[in-house]
Ligand binder design. Structure first.
Ligand code: SF4
Length: 283
């Protein structure tokens, strides 16, 4: 394994850029990363998935237009669910949307993009909304599905790790000054009282977490370099252990010969509980 990850070690030009989604996949299963990003294999998106993605995009556009001071009524008129979620968010988090007070100068930006060069890789993050003043910076992210049941799942997701990390690395804010909050706007749809059901989850960043993320990231990039070198010698990226229980929902089940007919099945009792219990989080 290389001591240091460098851009030269990773020969596929487009892959010099890494996103939080790619880090998540690399950590979950390196072989899946190989199929998806090196060999550009993908599974078809179902109509239901496509509709959810489009709705999510429209909601983000709505929030961006609002932040820019552009009219949003035309977007709301066409979609009653969108109106309910939008109203629920504004009423659940009034402090986020109140006008700036004269004594508290703020920097606010929707779809704010930052780029970080870390050990030869470029990481791009896009904050749905950032609100910063002289003492603190809040990163806000809109999620168009309900709040996952397990906080741990969110905390370990690479979006939660990477977004504050990039801000601390590319600004004057100390890690302790940074928070990241997810707003789950469709949680507003699930209860009788929609306005009280829009839920949030906040990650309070600090120097210890910052150091841990630097170590995790360095380790993962070093592994990526090593696996990439092996791949050039025709050795595939490693597969996730069967006991992790993630293969059953993977589109590459047959390619990996881990389908029902392969003989490679994991007994329920053999699973590692801590991982098999973790729900998939669409971040
Ligand atoms: S089937 Fe399992 S080993 Fe193969 S790519 Fe998917 S998660 Fe990885």
């Amino acid at each position: 394994m290389n001591a240091h990850a460098t851009r030269e070690n990773f020969p596929v030009t487009s892959q010099n850029r890494l996103s939080q989604g790619q880090l998540n996949m690399l950590q979950t299963c390196p072989r899946k990363f190989q199929y998806t990003y090196l060999e550009h294999l993908s599974s078809p998106v179902t109509p239901d998935q496509r509709e959810k993605m489009l709705w999510g995009s429209r909601f983000h556009l709505l929030m961006q237009q609002r932040e820019l001071g552009l009219p949003v009524e035309v977007l709301l008129q066409a979609d009653e669910q969108m109106r309910r979620c939008y109203t629920g968010l504004l009423e659940a988090a009034p402090d986020l949307f109140k006008p700036e007070s004269p004594g508290n100068r703020q920097f606010r930006a929707a779809e704010h993009r930052r780029i970080m060069n870390f050990q030869g890789y470029l990481f791009t993050v896009i904050y749905d909304l950032i609100i910063a003043d002289a003492t603190r910076a809040q990163i806000l992210d809109w999620k168009t599905y309900p709040l996952p049941k397990k906080d741990r799942t969110l905390e370990e997701n690479w979006q939660t790790r990477l977004y504050p990390f990039v801000l601390a690395e590319t600004s004057d804010y100390a890690p302790e000054d940074i928070t990241m909050t997810y707003w789950f706007v469709q949680s507003a749809e699930t209860g009788d009282d929609r306005l009280s059901k829009c839920e949030s989850w906040t990650f309070h960043y600090n120097s210890i977490k910052h150091q841990e993320t630097a170590q995790y990231l360095t380790h993962l990039l070093n592994q990526l370099n090593s696996w990439t070198e092996d791949y050039e010698s025709r050795k595939p990226f490693p597969q996730v252990a069967l006991t992790e229980g993630v293969c059953d929902s993977c589109p590459f089940l047959t390619r990996c010969q881990r389908g029902p007919d392969s003989g490679f099945r994991v007994n329920e009792g053999d699973r590692i509980t801590a991982f098999s219990d973790i729900e998939e989080v669409e971040l």
